[in-house]
Write a protein that binds this ligand. Sequence first.
Ligand code: ADP
Ligand code: MG
Length: 774
Amino acid sequence: AQLLDVDKDGLNMRLKSEQEQMQASDSVRMMWIFREKLPAFKMRDQLLQSISKSQVLVVSGETGCGKTTQLPQFILEHEIANGRGASCNIICTQPRRISAISVATRVAAERGENIGETVGYQIRLESRQSVDTRLLFCTTGVLLRKLVQDPNLRGVSHVLVDEIHERGMNEDFLIIILRDLLPQRPDLRLVLMSATINAELFSQYFGNAPMVQIPGFTFPVAQYYLEDILEKTSHRVSSEDGGRGRGYQDRSRRDKVDALSAVFEATDIDKEYSNYSRVTKQSLQSWSSEKLDLGLIEAAIEYICRHEGEGAILVFLTGWDDISKLLDQIKENPFLRDQEKFLVLPLHGSMPTINQREIFQRPPIGMRKIVIATNIAETSITIDDVVYVLDCGKAKETSYDALNKLACLLPSWISKASALQRKGRAGRVQPGVCFHLYPKLIFEAMPQYQLPEILRTPLQELCLQIKSLQLGYVSEFLSKALQPPEPLAVQNAIELLITIGAFDESEQLTPLGCHLATLPMDPRIGKMLLMGAVFQCLGPALTIAAALGHRDPFVLPIDRKEAADEARRRFAGDSYSDHIAILRAFESWQLAKLDGRDRQYCWQNYLSSATLNMLENMRLQFLDLLSDIGFYDHSRGLQSYNKYSSNLEMVRAVLCAGLFPSIVQCKQRGKRTAFFTKEDGKVEPHPGSVNARVNYFPFPWLIYSDKVKTTGIYIRDSTNISDYAVLMFGGTLSSNKSGDGVEMLGGYLQFSATKKVAQLIQELRRELDGLLQQ
Ligand code: ADP
Ligand code: MG
């Protein structure tokens, strides 16, 4: 105990007070001046008082007012001033890895320290913290893992849950746990931080907890929609649209619109507009899958750079694919590619880190900063000098279609709240301009708020977490959520987990389930990786899992669809497998990359190099995760896990392990093959699949990634597999009543096999369980 005290004294001395900070370096002083001007600063005393009076506090305030960077710091400074510097332990969660790093780095700098001293961060597989760390920024997932280790969070004095308005699944999950924990930890303080006005909802959830709103200030932002750009060439605009008749009396604005339409002349805006002008509320959903018109966005950037005043441009796109395509387009644009004049910066959640300096600081005089971002720049990251915002109107959103068994992450229209939030980003330092690159009609059809993630995603991952945190029965626990998910969605998730062998019949985690619970991904993708590692064909498993988690690397140019299909068939060879086609495409791209021919290779083979690079990155992330849970050893290298990688039977079996129960039975009807699934009856391979044109298909089963329902039901990306693969790797098995057959998954598909075979299989499966248990 004495040692501890000495340590504490030492630490107290190291924890600087505000006054000491003021005497620190110039940069700290400058930041101090900046901090004092933030709206949150004026509320400092009130915030601290409320926190000391009440166990839970809900803080809301406009983005950029200083919630994330200041509030945890106020608490830290307050604790230091009251002699509790050494004993406090403040945790602030962030929904995204990149914001946890960025915020922690900023706060450490504001305190004149290196990251990892008093202020640290922790994200999965990466952390900067030490025994001195008193304020830790971490992802919500990391805090959930800490709860697995210590359900009471002993030693933690404050938990701040940030960006709660986003209604992410992890955050909704975390607040159920914390609400239950509070009575057992009366000394623990909880602060919920939210951007918008939805504070009441959270306050009610915590028994009418007090709320503090930080008043904000932003400059007015002019808003334009797609039709405004066409205003001057009015013959193009259909008369029923809602966006006409706005005043353009202002002469200079008139000129601007003139210039704008001149720049847009070259793009396909006419077609775009006539498409969009037919949109109704009902059809909004089907429009979201339309590709973004990057030409339009490029033209808008060029227009601003040519005709508008100074100020950074912030472009909202949906994901890495469009960001990297737009970057390529800008590199080719004769006007915009001038690197002396334009500083073009991508900002995306899966970038390893962001260059704080370039993103946040003003560029040198004469240079314009153009940030091309996903919706991460909507609330988590605030770039002060943005004056122009280009809003494509979409964001990637996970959605759970009952038909598709895997969660899909697809672009869809954002909510009104998000569109307004994006607009607001333009008015931080002066009046700004926002171009929404869609008609006002679309804006009006957008939902007010986005549905909380817990209501629109599959719940398998969540169910695994609930079990590994030992929170009781899944449905009972989830009924305590802010907005509980549908019972049917919960039941589907549990059933799937039983089917893939992660839960036993009484909803308890199996050894496989325990491992899957530690992997932050769809459990079926996790299972494919684990099986890939155990059965020594990890390389192929990594590639295919990455493609399932992201997308396949093939591009389908509308005008050369035939040639592109042909390229895909070439990769598939005689494998009857879309997945093996992906695998071969990836592997030959890697070879081409070794001697710098990758761009050309992509071009010739209808592959997307942005996607392939992303897949390569994801493979590395998967390896880190596998190594974290003991299924991979970096020092041995991937080749030691690839003994059977060229054995396609093995690869197919591992694919089956991951994709089951998405399985199709192939029945021979004379010279043709017909395809059936248990729940849909007759289905067809998707026309884009390499299995589409096969008349006679000499195999019993196809395993597939997902289904689409259009005129019929089509299975996309499929691979043929053998009876043995299904029996060995296809989820749980149990003997049926008569005992001489093997009934799969309580009647999912009937096999006839002799009792002996059934016994043998079960023995093998037990062996497999044993392997996983080690
Ligand atoms: P909120 O959480 O309320 O949205 P933040 O605390 O994130 O606000 O940001 C407060 C201010 O600090 C903003 O003006 C933002 O631009 C600035 N800021 C945040 N992070 C950095 C950084 N890494 N570098 C420079 N400025 C930053
Ligand atoms: Mg914030």
